[in-house]
Design a protein around this ligand. Structure first.
Ligand code: C2O
Ligand code: CU
Ligand code: CU
Length: 477
């Protein structure tokens, strides 16, 4: 599949510059490129079912509000990196090159694939500086997925290594009908006044995961999102932050949640605020108010432990409502496609206890089943069996728990059964402080699949483990 969008924008910008320089143009200037547009990739394979592209991790200068430009770590020079568009059944072929000064590798978050392609310490040796690796896998699920390093994630993701894969359903009729669809990558970064990245973590960042002083929407500070009055808007939102939970609100607007990590849900539901933990994705639609003007998109205070809920609302973006309302009237979608429920679980539940503590040296540690990665004992399950994971958060703060290589479905929250109409395929879920979630999961690939908190400082601080499926062995020990 050839995607020329990114190229097209660059070309028309160049032409526009040339024309205004000579002053001879009679054609109107092209509409300014949307600053929130994510860069694309150039597809090297003409086949409509193969998306093949080069992906290079390298340093690039980026304006993050400091006195000088910040030395970001990027995929293909962009922060966030490219948006890859593909559809179910497509094969992705990625020629990865590491031009960073340290080892890295790419994990394809939420994508079901063979273990050799998972890009985690359990499955792959990091790619050294100057090294290359070819990732190749087929897309099995529609949804919004992302990719990021799995080495020193607290540093590498923070510095900008994030990209997005939007997988469309094989049958386009499954897509809800909307006036416009946008992908929003939410992030926050901490930069010093001079634009450099801090090389140490303060105690709060160690405890809560680093929260930044600069909020970015698709890499843009003080983002303005242009919307038409009355339009039905679809937002595909990823929280790519290390530690920040976004609790989104637009005054007077209700979001209708139509999907999450693993694609569309069966029964959409409405919320006034949309809570998104690091690594989660939400797919929402809403009707833009019919009055032109501006509205703030904020993140509302949310108590995720240790009194983080007492802060004032955080500005995320400004919605600028202007122009003509759409000529075709649309309704918000009422129903989604059927989501297959996993077969009834068998065997014993697999316990995962999440906690915090201090080690012998007095340093803060994060534990899984009382151990610190890589000393955490692996769980084991059989290929294609459905098992219960019983995730108990013993600590005083929420942890967004992530499972590689499979989706899971919530069975109970603190013993209360999940309503049948809330069935959803998740790969990352908030386990609130002092609570227990039981989820069902099933792997259809053998391998050493990682599980961890997706607050990067917690994962790197020890809250990380593995599920060995089939006769798999881990490469991490
Ligand atoms: Cu998005 Cu193991 O991670
Ligand atoms: Cu993952
Ligand atoms: Cu955590």
């Amino acid at each position: 599949m050839r995607l020329r969008r990114a190229l097209g924008i660059a070309l028309s910008a160049a032409l526009g510059a040339a024309c205004s320089a000579t002053g001879t143009t009679t054609t109107p200037a092209p509409a300014p490129a949307d600053p929130l547009a994510l860069v694309g990739i150039s597809d090297l394979d003409p086949s409509p079912t193969v998306v093949e592209f080069a992906l290079t991790a390298r340093e690039a200068d980026k304006d993050l509000g400091g006195a000088k430009l910040s030395r970001a770590w990027t995929y293909n020079g962009a922060m966030p990196g490219p948006l890859v568009d593909a559809k179910v059944g497509d094969e992705l072929v990625i020629h990865f090159k590491n031009e960073l000064p340290e080892p890295t590798m790419i994990h394809w978050h939420g994508i079901r694939l063979p273990i050799a392609m998972d890009g985690s310490p359990s499955s792959q040796k990091p790619v050294p500086p100057g090294g290359t690796f070819e990732y190749r896998f087929k897309l099995r699920d529609a949804g919004l997925f992302w990719f990021h390093p799995h080495v020193r994630t607290d540093v590498q993701i923070e510095r900008g290594l994030v990209g997005v894969i939007r997988v469309a359903p094989a049958d386009p009729k499954e897509q809800p009908s909307v006036d416009e669809e946008r992908v929003l990558v939410l992030d926050d970064v901490r930069v010093n006044d001079d634009g450099s990245f801090p090389t140490y973590l303060d105690d709060n960042a160690k405890m809560m995961g680093r929260e930044g002083n600069t909020v970015l929407v698709n890499g843009v500070r003080d983002a303005r999102i242009a919307l038409r009055p009355g339009a039905i808007e679809r937002l595909r939102i990823l929280n790519a932050a290390n530690g920040r939970f976004f609790n989104l609100k637009i005054p007077g607007v209700r979001f209708r949640v139509i999907g999450t990590d693993g694609g569309l849900v069966e029964s959409p539901y409405d919320v006034d605020t949309l809570l998104i933990a690091p690594a989660e994705r939400y797919d929402v639609v809403f009707q833009v108010p019919s009055t032109p003007g501006t509205l703030p998109l904020t993140s509302q205070p949310y108590e995720r432990g240790h009194h983080t809920g007492e802060l004032p609302p955080l500005p995320v973006a400004t919605l600028a409502i202007a122009g003509e309302p759409p000529s075709v009237k649309r309704e918000l979608p009422e129903r989604g496609p059927a989501v297959a429920k996993l077969p009834a679980p068998t065997g014993e539940a697999i316990p995962f206890a999440l906690d915090e503590g201090t080690n012998a040296a007095g340093d803060l540690i994060f534990t899984l089943n009382g151990q610190v990665w890589p000393a955490v004992a692996a769980a084991r399950m059989a290929l294609n069996e459905t098992r219960v994971l019983e995730i108990t958060n013993k600590s005083e703060m929420d942890h967004p728990f992530h499972v590689h290589g499979a989706f899971f479905q919530v069975l109970t929250r603190n013993g209360a059964p999940e309503p049948a109409n809330r069935i959803a395929n998740k790969d990352t879920i908030i386990v609130p402080a002092k609570s227990t979630l039981r989820v069902a999961t099933r792997f259809d690939e053998v391998g050493a699949w990682m599980v961890h908190c997706h607050i990067e400082e917690h994962a790197e601080g020890g809250m990380m483990g593995e599920i060995l499926v089939g006769d798999a062995v881990s490469h991490a020990h």
